[in-house]
Design a protein. Sequence first.
Length: 503
Amino acid sequence: MKKYFLLLLAGIAVPSIQAQETTPDDAIRLAVDNLTGTARFRAMSGAFGSLGGDLSAISVNPAGSIFFNNNYATITGSVYNAKNKSRYFGTSTNDNDNTLDINQLGAVFIFKESGSGKTGWNKIAVGINYENANNLNNSVFSAGTNPNNSIGNYFVNIAQGIPTNVLTDLNYNQLNFYEQQAYLGYDTYIFEATNNTPNNTSYYTNIPTGGNYYQENQVLTTGYNGKLTGNFSAAYKDKIFLGGSLNYHFVNIDKTFSIYERNNNPLYDTGSTISEILFENRLWTTGYGFSFNLGAIVKPIESVRVGLAYESPTWFRLTDELQQGVSTRSLNNQDGIEFPFSYQNSVVYLPYTVQTPGKWTGSLSYIFGKKGLLSADVSTKNYSALRFKPKNDPGFADLNNFMSNALDNAIEVRIGGEYRIKQVSLRAGYRFEESPYKVDQAFGDLTGYSGGIGYNFGESRIDLAYSYDHRNSNQALISSGMTDTARVSRYNNNITFSYSVNF
């Protein structure tokens, strides 16, 4: 047997290949709302469902654009910092990611009815706004010694039941995703066939047993879920305010994850050959989606506003492009090891659809004249309605069934306040979001705090905000063959600056 094996999966763009293995996290990352938008919106933790008067508020309740008095435009930039603390079998590691982004740009145009206003509809607003609805840049590093399970189990488990003649077929691009993964492990000698017949479907591992596998996992993600919104709202007798929005979403995600393993147990089984494995993946997800919002705000008295809004499901159409590589080292190779690695061509899988759940938001706010305000939003979103399509894909059917049973309705609470001292505004907010899971160990609750300051020059204003949130989650090193996960605590610290102008 060779001392050193390297396999570069070099596919070509073949439209006949069905979607690769997906997980609930692939859908949840598109369905979970992040606190984004203008500095004023962020400083008050997004509690704008009945307030309006901010370009990011139309993402919560589209009727809110009617509360601008004049034509108005805002541009926003943010500095994102994501700190991840990972713990894997008693070993703790840290990783950080920093990003600077222009995350919001928009304008609203106000049309007021002249004359007596006999119809009662005395004001109309039309707006357009872009927001980076979800900045996905992130870096997580996990490392530790697994006492029981090798990452090689992923390959040998997937191979069971697949005929050996499939794994020796050089027409790699005609294989489905699971056959491709088995092919990857077979050609790097991670496992062997139980017998040499072409129809053999049973395999055994070449990884030494006995445990003490040192493992590292690095996950680097860049990308965004952007949203372009066209908005319309109208006021009836300055008491009832109605609005609607159409949203075009676009997704671009680049995720690279590498898994390394070496065996620290000197007591190798006879016949075992592999001492080190490096498994690298790069996945691009691109696509677009559509959604709409409807909302109403009622002002029963001058100081009180009550709002109700509905956000439809978002229907995403996505395409995945996958590149993979594996290299292994045998036990009798005493020389230093390097893992030369270069990506070649890629495999493009069939487009698929992700449908996120709809969302209802109820809001209440109180205005203290020109001194300030308090506002609260409560939202509900049923994550068990998350769906991958086409439904006739067996992998999607199993995944949808899992999400129907494992995911749950989640409540989100946002509270914000603002206090004005002449031209200066002081702001603060609190945010709590329940986990999408019935048992939140996999993806925990989120708690966040925010604050900020603004200065009004009359025709323009500047705003600055700081926001913080924290969430725990489990991260698997590999999707099957191992049930061991790293416990990751993520801390987001964001600084946001906005400039707004009346025109």
